[in-house]
Design a protein around this ligand. Structure first.
Ligand SMILES: [Zn+2]
Length: 269
């Protein structure tokens, strides 16, 4: 059983990660990480995919069919199963994640910073501005690890989504922010591996040159997945494709948690 940090880089395209994220791709090249391509579920929208990533079921089953469904999750999910099994949970994430697993609707003052063992996300640090800097978000995640040593931590930066909507995925702003995120992770991931964490880096959906996502094109469906184990024994680039529905049962499996019947896909690690 392991501790897991799941980094969900909002709106990070697979090809952008491959071309711009030199640190993560170095880990792949050195076989210290395993790389997969993920075919994202539909609709390629944020809130439905936050729920899919944590429940392992598609939007038609979990019911969070669009960004305007503001309520808590009704499905067995990673935060719930972890906290029921006496694991410590934490998140540095967008307020919609607090909606799904802590309290809905998100109150930007009351829910911003929570440390409560009775919540599904016990140590939560949330933001609601899409322009919230990735550097601040990752620093918060680093703090949560040092201060609380959570068994499961969600790290959720919004910079790729914000810059993609503002400038398009075909812009220097979008591409260069992938380099920025990669450099920030290059600073944090060695410490997290040293502390025994498995680090998984992926995305909820991609981004188009039309400054949007939501459809079915490869630009919005193909996202990367880097699996970085603490022992440095990765498999390099597998050139294989995973279903996004496999992520939740994989996290449960890695944490040593029972996998609920609703998560029907096979763990990939
Ligand atoms: Zn978006």
């Amino acid at each position: 059983m392991s501790k897991v940090i799941l980094v969900v880089c909002d709106a990070l395209r697979d090809d952008t990660a491959r071309q711009q994220m030199g640190y993560l791709e170095h880990l792949v090249e050195a076989k210290a990480a395993t790389r997969y391509k993920v075919i994202g579920e539909l609709p390629s929208m944020s809130r439905p995919m936050y729920e899919t990533l944590h429940t392992g079921v598609p939007a038609s089953k979990h019911g969070v069919t669009n960004n305007r469904v503001v309520r808590r999750s009704k499905m067995p999910n990673v935060f719930q199963i972890a906290s029921e099994n006496n694991k410590t949970t934490a998140a540095a994430a967008y307020g919609w994640v607090s909606d799904l697993y802590n309290r809905a609707p998100y109150d930007p003052i009351d829910d911003r910073e929570v440390d409560d063992p009775n919540l599904l996300i016990q140590h939560g640090r949330f933001y609601i501005e899409d322009s919230y800097p990735d550097s601040e978000l990752f620093a918060t995640a680093g703090m949560l690890v040092r201060k609380f040593q959570p068994d499961y931590l969600l790290v959720h930066p919004m910079g790729m989504d914000y810059l993609g909507h503002t400038y398009s995925s075909d812009s220097q702003e979008y591409r260069n922010n992938a380099i920025e995120q990669d450099q920030i992770m290059a600073n944090l991931i060695p410490e997290w591996l040293e502390a025994g964490y498995i680090v998984i880096v992926t995305a909820d959906h991609g981004m188009t040159s039309d400054k949007m996502h939501g459809g079915t094109s490869l630009e919005v469906r193909q996202v990367p997945l880097y699996f970085i184990p603490p022992d440095g024994q990765g498999k390099g680039d597998t050139n294989t494709t995973l279903s996004q529905l496999q992520i939740a049962p994989t996290v449960c499996h890695l944490l040593g948690l029972p996998i609920p019947e609703t998560m029907t896909q096979t763990p990939f690690a």
